[in-house]
Design a protein around this ligand. Structure first.
Ligand code: PHE
Length: 516
């Protein structure tokens, strides 16, 4: 077997893992989640989720990848065999397939970002940013089912993004992903800090920061706040989709698991806070300019970045510098994340199908692009909103919960703790075990149960005000297909099925004359 690729250096691995974690989730998603869920009220569940689920799970996933050093299906198959249990290989297919599903809409959001980079040099969105974004650019239709036509600009830019992914991943771990991390992350950090410091010194910034940091303890009883916070942490820290496990499987034998995991988690939180501060300070200065409250001037939801930021840029003297800086930061952050979504399935294909990285990445990028077109129609932003909600609040949580159940409840996590401690200066102990084997699984379980029961809530109380059918088709059905597909692949790759297929094949193919 070809020797497994490895990272070239510790810093290279760290920057790539941070590159995966820090993405649209931090700059595009975190601020609007915080905004929609009460600003300061959101930060408390967010930090609790980051400390009790996020960082412990990064340690957990790094330790699995480093210990098992294979692709996901093999890891979960081997783990379940340790005790002769049923085969849980399906988790190892579900997570990579979910990652690719996420990549398909992530690429489309990135295509909007690329378009906005172009516009930002001249504030090309005009004076009415909302009309521009929804009506002129996306030409958004009235419902997720009203597809309308494909938007050719978005289609071309999405193709460009898949092409960029292809180039980076094609070059391999060291020369592709690691190099991208080493260039992208420092540049991103500098850009974001410049933007943040510039924004917090604008008049009115304090109004926004007040909204972000003032806790509202009364809202903590709202279970939805907790659901969103856990979903956000999973999405932002790239958990439950096999990315962190796969990245760690390329680590050399002597690598510090716990330290690297802490750094990755903390840096991810830091980037979210920096962009939260930057965006909320901006919202505050906008509120001051219009002499209104933040709630009155801001467009919530996924369009916060694409409507409110351009509105602010329109009023900013140096907008031709700060606009491109902002959208380029988003693009860099997004690119380094999207490449990490490809790796879990790619490494599984290389290992199981014995194909080369180049063949694998070509197939994945082509298929990914074709699937991405689903989100380039006029209904794109609506279908994408549902797909994003279900991927993080259902898919990633299910991916995370099933790996925790297998490792912590069926196998006991001690072997992972021992492995992590063997390699690390900072040791994990009772608190970590408590988090991964009790606290997080129980919370994930409750959240999933809540999500499922909410699916049957009366119309109007559903997520985003979508109808049951819309949520069913673009959410539950997609998730269901991914789970069923994983079970089918698990079955197809089992030895019994393969023997059966070989048998049937031999039966139906004509034999050599000599044998008759
Ligand atoms: N963490 C990335 C972000 O914040 C998204 C992502 C999720 C990347 C899962 C890889 C795996 O944008």
């Amino acid at each position: 077997m070809a020797k497994k690729e490895q990272w070239g250096s510790r810093i290279g691995f760290l920057l790539s893992a941070v590159g995966s974690a820090v993405g649209l989730g931090n700059i595009w998603r975190f601020p609007y989640q915080a905004y929609e869920n009460g600003g300061g009220a959101f930060l408390i569940p967010y930090f609790i989720a980051a400390l009790t689920a996020g960082i412990p799970l990064i340690i957990f996933e790094f330790a699995i990848g480093h210990r098992m050093r294979s692709s996901l299906p093999t890891i979960f198959q081997r783990l379940s065999k340790r005790r002769g249990y049923r085969n849980w290989e399906w988790i190892g297919w579900f997570q990579p397939l979910l990652a690719i599903f996420i990549a398909t809409f992530y690429a489309v959001i990135l295509s909007w970002v690329f378009y906005y980079i172009g516009l930002s040099f001249t504030n090309g969105w005009g004076s009415n940013c909302e009309t521009f974004f929804f009506d002129e650019f996306l030409q958004t239709s009235s419902s997720p089912f009203a597809f309308g036509q494909i938007n050719p600009v978005i289609l071309i830019l999405t193709a460009l993004i898949w092409f960029l992914i292809w180039i980076i991943v094609f070059r391999g771990i060291r020369k592709g992903i690691e190099l991208a991390g080493k260039i992208f992350m420092p540049v991103l950090a500098v850009l974001m800090l410049i933007l943040m410091f510039h924004q917090i010194f604008q008049p009115g910034a304090a109004i926004g920061l007040d909204a972000l940091f003032k806790p509202d303890f009364r809202r903590l009883t709202d279970i939805n706040l907790w659901i969103r916070a856990y979903g956000q942490v999973f999405f932002s820290m790239s958990l439950g989709v096999g990315t962190m496990i796969t990245y760690a499987s390329y680590l050399p034998k002597e690598s510090d698991i716990v330290n690297n995991a802490f750094l990755t988690g903390l840096l991810d939180c830091a980037f979210s806070l920096i962009s939260g501060i930057m965006i909320f300070a901006t919202l505050g200065s906008m509120a001051l300019m219009q002499n209104a409250s933040i709630q009155d001037v801001v467009q919530g939801g996924p369009s916060l970045t694409f409507v409110t930021i351009p509105q602010v840029l329109n009023r900013m003297p140096a907008s031709h510098i700060f606009g491109p800086l902002f959208f380029v930061s988003l693009a860099i952050a997004g690119l380094s994340s999207i490449i990490s979504l490809i790796e879990p399935l790619l490494s599984a294909m290389i290992e199981r199908l014995k194909i080369s990285r180049k063949q694998g990445v070509t197939v994945i990028c082509l298929a990914g692009f074709v699937f991405s077109t689903l989100f380039t129609f006029r209904s794109g932003i609506l279908t994408l909103d549902i797909a994003d909600f279900f991927s993080s609040n259902f898919g990633m949580l299910t991916g995370g919960l099933s790996e925790l159940i297998l490792v912590c409840w069926i196998l006991k996590p001690d072997f992972l703790a021992d492995h992590a401690n063997l390699t690390s200066d900072f040791k994990v102990g009772t608190f970590w075990k408590l988090c991964v084997s009790f606290l997080t699984p129980v919370i994930l379980f409750i959240i999933l149960a809540m999500n499922i029961s909410q699916a049957f809530a009366p119309a109007g109380e559903n997520y985003g005000g979508y109808s049951f059918t819309e949520l069913f088709v673009f959410g539950w059905l997609m998730m269901g297909i991914l789970i069923i597909l994983s079970l089918i692949i698990q079955n197809l790759s089992s030895r019994r099925t393969q023997e059966m297929i070989r048998h049937i094949w031999e039966e139906i193919t004509p034999r050599d004359k000599g044998e008759i």
